[in-house]
Ligand binder design. Sequence first.
Ligand SMILES: *[C@@H]1O[C@H](CO)[C@@H](O)[C@H](O)[C@H]1NC(C)=O
Ligand SMILES: *[C@@H]1O[C@H](CO)[C@@H](O)[C@H](O)[C@H]1NC(C)=O
Ligand SMILES: *[C@@H]1O[C@H](CO)[C@@H](O)[C@H](O)[C@H]1NC(C)=O
Ligand SMILES: *[C@@H]1O[C@H](CO)[C@@H](O)[C@H](O)[C@H]1NC(C)=O
Ligand SMILES: *[C@@H]1O[C@H](CO)[C@@H](O)[C@H](O)[C@H]1NC(C)=O
Ligand SMILES: *[C@@H]1O[C@H](CO)[C@@H](O)[C@H](O)[C@H]1NC(C)=O
Ligand SMILES: *[C@@H]1O[C@H](CO)[C@@H](O)[C@H](O)[C@H]1NC(C)=O
Length: 502
Amino acid sequence: MGHSKLSYLATILFTGYAGANLAYKSRPDLAAPVLNITIPATNETADGLIFYTPESIYADNTGHGPAQSGPYIFTDKGDLVWTGFGYVGPRSENFLVQNYRGQQVLTIFEGSHNSPMGHGHGHTSIFDNKYRLLKQIKGGGHKLADQHEFLIFDNHSAVFTVYDPEIADLSAYGAKSDSQQWILDNKIQKVDTDTNRVLWEWSSLEHVDPAGTNLTLQSGNAGTDVERNQYLLSARSMCTIFKMDGDTGKIIWQLGGPNSNFSLGDGVEFCWQHDTRMHQKYLQHETKGSKEIISFFDNSAHENLAGGPDLKARAYSAGKVVELDTENWTSKLLAEFRAPGDLSVRSQGNLQLLPNGNAFINWGYDGAMSEHTPDGSTIFFSGMDSGKLGPGSENYRAFKFDWHGQPYEEPALVAFKESNGTALYISWNGDTESKVWKFFGEDAKGQKMLLGQAKRTGFETGFRTSHKPIRVVAEAFDVRGHRLVSSSVVKTRDYKLRLEYS
Ligand SMILES: *[C@@H]1O[C@H](CO)[C@@H](O)[C@H](O)[C@H]1NC(C)=O
Ligand SMILES: *[C@@H]1O[C@H](CO)[C@@H](O)[C@H](O)[C@H]1NC(C)=O
Ligand SMILES: *[C@@H]1O[C@H](CO)[C@@H](O)[C@H](O)[C@H]1NC(C)=O
Ligand SMILES: *[C@@H]1O[C@H](CO)[C@@H](O)[C@H](O)[C@H]1NC(C)=O
Ligand SMILES: *[C@@H]1O[C@H](CO)[C@@H](O)[C@H](O)[C@H]1NC(C)=O
Ligand SMILES: *[C@@H]1O[C@H](CO)[C@@H](O)[C@H](O)[C@H]1NC(C)=O
Ligand SMILES: *[C@@H]1O[C@H](CO)[C@@H](O)[C@H](O)[C@H]1NC(C)=O
């Protein structure tokens, strides 16, 4: 059978199949997104892998955006490391590496998204470094957890956001009496990770006057971020960042908005922001005395819920690091990170300050990711999706973390008969440790032999041999030559057999 006929068949069979991209011969069921890297990582980018959760911007998920939404780990060279498609979701967000009881774990929100209101309903799943589910943390007291934040506080509790609808008289804000009698109370819960019991809860409506909003009635939307026992709250609809005392629940200060306690230095001004964080140190600056350091992603844009172009406070979005002074109540911009071409993103986005001083940014609604040196230079830039998968991917948050994964599941091996030998392909979803694959064959008489070895390349490693074994098996070895895993024994087969997957 000629190649053109085969590929024609493949096209027909895979057209209706969620856009399978056939990138991996050992995993034809995968159609992972492709990074469109336009500024390749330089020698100045931080070590670590990229964690993100691409989603379609279209609610019905048809024809646009990633074919397989889910949590993904990639290298900054664009190689897939782990796809969580089918493990988590279908919708997942806020994919982080955290420490829990002495080990590195993955925490991933999974649930559904209330699109117009911009909040989620679900739970956070915790996986170990073999990608096995350890725990699912849910909201307590008949409340559903939201996706915007999830932090393991210590080894026994986790803090996350909850959006709790409350009946309220909104006539003062122009509501009609027969409708619009609900307001979302953005709460924070701390729960016990063993019992899911609520240990502490904070209600924004008890401490923040919703009259300060910069959006009209139907467009409520806020984010919350948490660290230590003082909490930074990003109230995006109020263009305000609050610091709150975790013991009393009271607001300590507010930055931005109509009642800012601080004067805003050059370039500090922000609106519709996300992801505000406290920092002990940034470059030579330190949080001490009357000085505090925070960072956030300043969208300065919001979807226009009445239709029409986005609302904009400024032409572009940016990551910002700001120093605050609580003696003279001033604020100063320490660093600003902008995308090449100055992207403006109406929703989502985050800024992560990396251990080496660089900044990693996810451009939310646009789906792009970038890394910057402290002077703002862009040393990595990637669009989320490319080729036939087309535009239409968004991403709530992305991070760079040092991560070591050794999957519990076995590797996927496939071997195809060729006229002059055999072609083998192996992948091990989530593996960060293997450096070399060794391949063994068995002939019709049951004779076993080493076929050879190949250096691990990206998600899938290919290997060709002039031998024609009837069965094959592969073994992975780490950098010190220790054997990590063995695949199952698989039969060699005709190349066309992979079309059976359609
Ligand atoms: C990165 O490469 C450039 C040019 O190739 C070189 O000048 C610079 O010293 C290198 N930086 C690091 C951190 O290795
Ligand atoms: C959590 O437990 C680990 C190991 O048991 C310990 O090293 C770590 O200090 C603990 N962390 C906290 C915040 O208590
Ligand atoms: C901050 O501003 C608010 C509103 O104007 C005011 O009530 C509060 O006392 C101020 N806080 C401080 C620490 O000055
Ligand atoms: C937000 O609302 C305040 C108070 O009404 C107003 O001064 C400010 O210009 C608004 N900001 C934006 C970006 O619309
Ligand atoms: C606050 O302002 C006063 C008067 O200008 C100045 O002496 C003092 O150093 C300032 N404090 C800080 C922390 O910058
Ligand atoms: C990659 O991104 C660039 C810049 O946005 C764009 O021009 C190009 O079409 C993209 N490539 C693909 C394959 O999508
Ligand atoms: C078999 O032929 C193909 C195509 O010419 C070639 O790419 C491959 O390397 C050959 N395999 C071996 C084991 O020589």
